[in-house]
Design a protein around this ligand. Structure first.
Ligand SMILES: Cc1cc2nc3c(=O)[nH]c(=O)nc-3n(C[C@H](O)[C@H](O)[C@H](O)COP(=O)(O)OP(=O)(O)OC[C@H]3O[C@@H](n4cnc5c(N)ncnc54)[C@H](O)[C@@H]3O)c2cc1C
Length: 489
């Protein structure tokens, strides 16, 4: 910030020094913070520099996962590309560890660090929709719901994730799965170009015709190659009214429900994407009070096509057995997109294990139901995403994303409201994941915790992993961008 009082800066430095000393055993910066460099950064910065001791510090160091509690030395809340390059220059100059934050939804908390700098793109919220060319540009701080709000004003959408407060940036760079994917592909399948600041501070554009190797890598390779400041997407018509929503049965009936589901989805059209949920029914207004806390299995649907077709396609599912609750109906797409928001709020404690499987065999179903029935937490939401359709029609080597041929993605979510009971939930998640191990095929990189290099290699497969390594050596040989699912140079 221009013209900070020197007394305030002194306060920052003192608090920072104390903080760094008290967290000496945590991930430490490679060097201390150079005060003159920080003052220089503050002088030129258009956004906001937040340091320990600032009133905003505690709020700004928080990310979505409340089990992550880290203390960066500097949070650079960027207002534009010039701020991003200035923050990067400062990081190189001082040797501080760099974390990059879009929406702050990294499961393992890789967008915040102890003692380093958080380059926070959050304030960069620009969105421009061009209905004539059916394209949209979105800056790196945009959240999914904000993009939907603008694109749905024209009856269009970018396929993205299922919770509106997720960051577009991190989601896109890992691939992006959600309700529209079987019809319109992954988020990266509609990506036309990115503006990216490289480790040495150069702004480049990558697309099918410019820096094509980089464009291949950013479509699944995460934040390994630089900081994306803006995305450009192709838009497709969606809704605004779609047939969508979940249908619930008692979890004890899940073995039959999932066997029926498996056979039914074998030939549903690509317009339909479904997600299976095992959970305890939440105490939310749309759930009758007698069901609160009951173990249920739900199948969420979203039909990205005409309402009459959607109603016809989902009819057999709605007729199966005796559902406890049927919320599948025509509704605004944006309403459906927000369905999971209350189940995954900021600040709770979250842990995940994830894997892809080829199909829901009898054994996969039985393991899943057996473990789900033992779920204790009243707030776990455990989704199984149905893949296929448009995702599988893009060649496995066309983008860095791995696992296009998988049938389903398991996201075994362990949640507790506070740290109380969290370890027990984590054990539950690990046990289910381990029981499924013989059936694992691949893993979605955005659903990894910090699980080590071998798991990252599994996410891409060995050949693509080697190609990504070569790209990393070219764009970030010093591994400045290492707080991510890191591809070491
Ligand atoms: C509640 C919730 C729901 C989710 N639902 C889905 C879903 O439906 N589908 C799906 O595919 N994924 C989903 N995810 C996973 C999500 O894709 C990842 O957590 C993703 O990293 C979130 O992006 P973000 O910008 O919010 O994260 P951040 O924590 O800000 O960033 C995560 C990582 O991305 C990189 N990064 C972020 N911004 C940039 C940038 N501008 N330039 C370069 N690198 C950057 C950094 O390496 C950073 O460590 C969900 C996550 C949560 C928490």
């Amino acid at each position: 910030m221009v013209g900070r009082a020197s007394g305030k800066n002194r306060l920052h430095r003192d608090v920072l020094r104390e903080m760094l000393e008290s967290t000496a055993s945590a991930t430490a910066p490679e060097t201390g913070v150079d005060e003159s460099a920080l003052l220089e950064l503050e002088r030129s910065f258009r956004g906001e520099i937040v340091c320990p001791g600032d009133p905003a510090y505690n709020e700004q160091r928080k990310i979505w996962n409340g089990s992550i509690d880290r203390y960066p030395a500097v949070i650079a809340r960027c207002a534009g590309v010039a701020d991003v390059t200035a923050a990067l220059r400062f990081a190189r100059q001082t040797g501080l560890l760099v974390a990059v934050r879009g929406g702050g939804h990294s499961f393992p908390g890789l967008s915040v660090c102890d003692g380093g700098i958080v380059i926070d793109l959050g304030p960069m919220k620009g969105i421009r929709v061009d209905p004539d060319t059916r394209t949209a540009r979105a800056q790196a701080g945009v959240l999914l719901g904000e993009l939907d709000r603008e694109t749905q004003a024209f009856g269009m959408a970018v396929p993205a994730g299922i919770v509106t407060h997720t960051g577009l940036a991190g989601l896109t760079l890992g691939g992006g799965i959600g309700w529209l994917m079987r019809k319109h592909g992954l988020t990266i399948d509609q990506l036309l170009a990115v503006d990216l600041v490289t480790a040495d501070g150069e702004l480049v554009r990558a697309s099918e015709t410019e820096n094509t190797d980089l464009f291949w890598g950013v479509r699944g390779g995460g934040g390994n190659f630089g900081i994306v400041t803006e995305f450009e997407f192709r838009l497709n018509p969606v809704g605004p009214i779609v047939v969508a929503g979940p249908i619930f049965w008692p979890m004890e009936e899940s073995p039959q429900v999932l066997r029926f589901y498996r056979d039914w989805i074998a030939d549903v059209p690509d317009e339909l994407t479904t997600i299976v949920i095992h959970r305890r029914a939440p105490a939310q207004p749309w759930v009758p009070s007698e069901l609160h806390g009951a173990h249920v299995v739900g199948i969420g649907c979203c039909y990205a096509g005409p309402v009459e077709d959607g109603e016809r396609v989902v009819a057999p599912l709605r007729k199966f057995g005796s559902p406890l609750l049927d919320l599948c109906a025509p509704k605004p797409f944006t309403q459906h997109q927000a369905m999971f928001d209350p189940s995954l709020p900021h600040g709770w404690h979250y842990y995940f294990r994830s894997c892809d499987v080829a199909e829901l065999t009898d054994e996969v179903i039985d393991i899943t139901v057996d473990h789900s029935l033992r779920m204790k937490s009243p707030v776990n939401t455990f989704p199984i995403f149905q893949l296929g359709g448009a995702i599988a029609r893009v060649g496995e080597d066309e983008t860095a994303f791995g696992g296009r041929g998988a049938g389903h993605t398991f996201n075994i979510n362990a949640t507790s409201v506070t740290s109380e009971g969290f370890e027990e939930e984590r054990e539950w998640s690990r046990a289910l994941w381990s029981a499924l191990e013989p059936h694992h095929t691949s893993v979605y990189v955005n659903f990894l915790m910090e699980e080590g290099e071998e798991r990252i290699r599994q996410a891409y497969g060995p050949a693509k992993y080697d190609r990504l390594k070569a790209l990393k050596r070219r764009y970030d040989p010093d591994n400045l961008f290492r707080l991510n699912q890191n591809i070491t140079p």
